[in-house]
Design a protein around this ligand. Sequence first.
Ligand code: ATP
Length: 508
Amino acid sequence: MAQNEDLFKKIISHSKEYGFIFPSSEIYDGMAAIYDYGQYGVELKNNIKQYWWKSMVQMHENIVGIDSAIFMHPTIWKASGHVDAFNDPLIDNKDSKKRYRADVLIEDHIAKLEDKINKEVEKAEKRFGESFDKEQFIKTNGRVLENQAKIDDITHRFSLLMNTNDLAGVKLLIEELGIVCPISGTRNWTDVRQFNLMFSTQMGSVSEDTNIVYLRPETAQGIFVNFLNVQKTGRMKIPFGIAQIGKAFRNEIVARQFIFRMREFEQMEMQFFVRPGEELKWFEYWKETRKKWHLSLGIPQNKYRFHDHDKLAHYANAATDIEFEFPFGFKELEGIHSRGDFDLKRHQEFSGKKLQYFDSELNENYVPYVVETSIGLDRTFLAVLSHAYTEETLEDGTIRTVLNLPKILSPIKAAILPLVKKDNMPEKAREIMNILQPNFMVQYDEKDAIGKRYRRQDAIGTPYCITVDTQTLEDNTVTIRERDTMHQDRIAIQELETYIRKGIKPLE
Ligand code: ATP
């Protein structure tokens, strides 16, 4: 744990030092849970967006994108349930005066029990070596079973309490589990209260309270209310999807873990409209398709896990989270939900407009069912960044800090480096810049010794460093150094474009 905390701190300071992420309004001492993306951060973020958009929109004939406004008619948030039910259960510790989310306190407690199980498994693994049967051990070991039973019991009781909105019961559960405030170490808790997460502001004249508008807490509603516009103008046939990337705002109370939980963040969402009754087939399809998307980035499978929801929203009939192993443990990265016809029906009801589809094959009108995939852009950023951050000890004992980013996502694809700042090498390097710049984000760097320049590029995850040396001036060849292996090839300048393009291709 301590090691991971240390790693997480390093990732945060690396992000700042190398222009990926800055605390927002830093010269005014910053704002909690709000961040700005710097010069390399914005490139990485844009590349993630493009990678998602390409796989969802460009590669699916039946999915189109939109970009809806952040402000929407306030009744939309009544229809969606956000005005009444988009709440977090909050609890304060009277001694430290710190505020927590009751569900997070309970989740953390469960994570500690999970840790205990993992430690038992690790211990046994060491003891039994090769012959260790993990599955058998988990099924039979007394201590593991005892902790698992506790986890199941807490999860079950908590979801029952939340479903019946029994906040007094939630407080009792926190007390019964002996959960203490991490700051004061005491169990002196207030009652649990519900707190709405939407930011609101006024539109037009400030005095009338009917003018309250919300900053959207999710991008999905912009898709639902445009369902017919897109279906009609795009002549879309069910099944079809609408995708959107955009900002969302939530007044998160437990704002911690860097860009994992922010008050202003971006989502990449896709709502897939299907025939009623076919939703579970499509749910499985999207679960599989999204899993493949994650794995195509080359991040190992064991960094991900699927977590099926026990507690479903009343309108949903299946939901799963794709969790990623962040430095602070497995946490939600993406949600895939089968939402039935809840959203469109509610908008029909509140707007008084029909949101139906005429299925010519069935010769029938119906409100389509929806399967959604919803992924946090910033969380994806944190996932790839934290997995990429590596400190390698080289043969000479020095440490190399390198971001082994999926190459397709790297902010800069190639750096062009004249070996020395004279003998026509800078001019030659500029010629190469001119060839590559229209195709890739490239960078020219002539300052400092070549080793130092390589390190700078390693630290921002640049896959290729192209060096212009004396031989280049004679035969138009350069060395091209690959980031992860540090292996160097000598190739002709005119081969560079193909070489880089081949190298940055994602996995199929
Ligand atoms: P959590 O349980 O972590 O609060 P959620 O279940 O409320 O997340 P959803 O409403 O399903 O999240 O939103 C879809 C995705 O948006 C999440 O999987 C996550 O990647 C991202 N997301 C949600 N809230 C935040 C936030 N405050 N900061 C950054 N990303 C977020």
